[in-house]
Design a binder for this molecule. Sequence first.
Ligand code: ADP
Length: 658
Amino acid sequence: MIKQVKPVLQAKILLVEDDEDDYIITRSHLEDLTSFDSQLTWVTNSLDGLQKLAEGNFDVCLLDYQLGAETGLSLLKQAVDSGISTPIIMLTGQPDKQLDLQALEYGAADFLVKSELSEARFARAIRYALSRREFELERLNRLRLEADNRSKDRFLAHLSHELRTPLSSILGYTELLLESDHTKDARPELNTILNNGKHLLSLLNDILDLSKITANKLELRPEPTSLRHLMLDIYTLLNVTAIDNGLELTINSLTELPALITVDGTRLRQVLINLIYNAIKFTDAGSITVDLWVQQNKEKEMLWFRITDTGMGIAQRQLKDIFAPFTQIEDYLTRKKGGAGLGLAISSELIQRMGGSIDVASEEGKGSVFTFSLDPGDITDTQRKPLSMEPSISNTGGAHNKLALTGEVLIVDDLADLRKLSAHWIQATGASVDFAENGAEAIAKVKQKIASDSYYDLVLMDLHMPGIDGREATVAIRETGYHYPVVALTAAMAKGIRQQLTALGFNDVLSKPITKNQLYRALRCYLTGNAASVDNSAADSMPLHFLVVEDDTEAAQLMQILLESLGVKTTLAHSAEECMRELALLHRFDRILLDLGLPDSDGLQLIERIEHNYPDNIVIVVSGHEHDVAASGSSIVQQSLLKPITKQALNSLVLTCR
Ligand code: ADP
């Protein structure tokens, strides 16, 4: 029979006792206790006792009540008051109920009469004190961890701000250089910087999201959201990447879908982009299909999404780990695809918080299927339709026509029907068009404009034309000094084409047959900016005037360059005091763009000062981390912009001021 051996408890015991005989008796009783392996340290007065306790090396303290002229109670009180957590057991010669109560009141773990030292009661008292000590240590550890987490959160928020500010400068100046004529030869290198900067930013966002998830700080903000607009937006964004990689992206509805759902649109977008982008990343040839449907699940109707790819797939044994953070199937050293392995972990957490779940099925070499559901809110009475990704050509009265654009677009295409179709869509926005049937005519028309001191706001250039093709024509057009956008149209999308074309001087590529959405996305991107400067020259008598309050000189200067390129007069202030000085001179700016991390004042306090002294101003908070506008509690804060600030974001802001 195997004998059960009880684990022996280790106990470091401090005895504060002025009588040597009592020390010897206590030691021998302790030695008799077989359930403890005790290590006894003996001191004879309360000063030494306190010092030893302060060192914190003991599990239990046995404290004699009568220490010469003093009572052990005063040592007990001092120890407890100074935060010593070692449990203290008071020892006395005589039973005394009053004393017993007083000792416990002062914080003693127990009270023993010396004659009880030989009994089981003694063993119990020590065992109890030990478990109390363990409990106390756990509590202290928990407190320390909480404090660590709080400082980790603060550190991450700070780091995010610190990283976003220089990233703003890297991305912003690169974009500016890409727009400039002098950097034609360096376009491929500048695009590399831009792409890497953007990649860095997305990694930073992922790390911050994950830290918010672990700290339980990630909050969703469900709002009524148009499912169709959300899907169209995602399609427009990712179709370009899919085509660039030689893949076909399709989005289908398998049932009729609610027009409006109640979700956090930003977060749903993040999940879909991540899953579809992964599908593109891990597929070399074939297609990506996104299916959507509504299905009753017990008492609720749920919205389902399924993303199917024909890519490399995932091995069965690895499927279970795929949603864990930092998981990547390939070895880090042999990896060909970028990523931190955080996307799926974040997505699955977000999906759970949206009331749903995610699952994956995959076969190596054949492809993967990611399926997830979410709670779309109450959709019982919501109008339902199949999802249409292509707006019909005759549907010119849609939301896009709210686009009020100005400017002139040169459409270069050898096919008259396509010229007509693009013209029809462009004119519906308010912009005007001109045509060229081939490359030679396009070059001539651009030169003609320049000669008359004018310009096209945008050139839409078909690549495949007889004679001088779109590539040659664009190179020649750039040589004339024309620096406005040229967007390529091509049916032959192949891997790397975007990079090739940007190197030649194109700003963007659209795949043929062109859809209205694609075209409007390009128009919105390239014409609104020009519309702002056109408006601006018309309204020269009243230019907008912004105050930028930012302590980072480079970030401030970049903001000034970007705003001034949009026709906004910009004054810079590098501190709260400079900001107040500028306000004292002018009293009101059209907008104050305010970075919250200033060297001489808390940003929120500065907002209060502005609100109190110059209440007519509108403040836009510019922040390195997400700032809840409502949390500032100020009515003059209108919105917040997250760094890095792009020209597009500033342009939208400028348009709202006019
Ligand atoms: P990342 O893509 O940034 O590495 P994710 O969390 O999004 O991180 O994905 C984790 C890993 O799961 C990827 O590195 C890849 O190995 C695998 N994976 C994700 N999606 C797919 C897919 N559609 N096909 C094949 N492998 C995939």
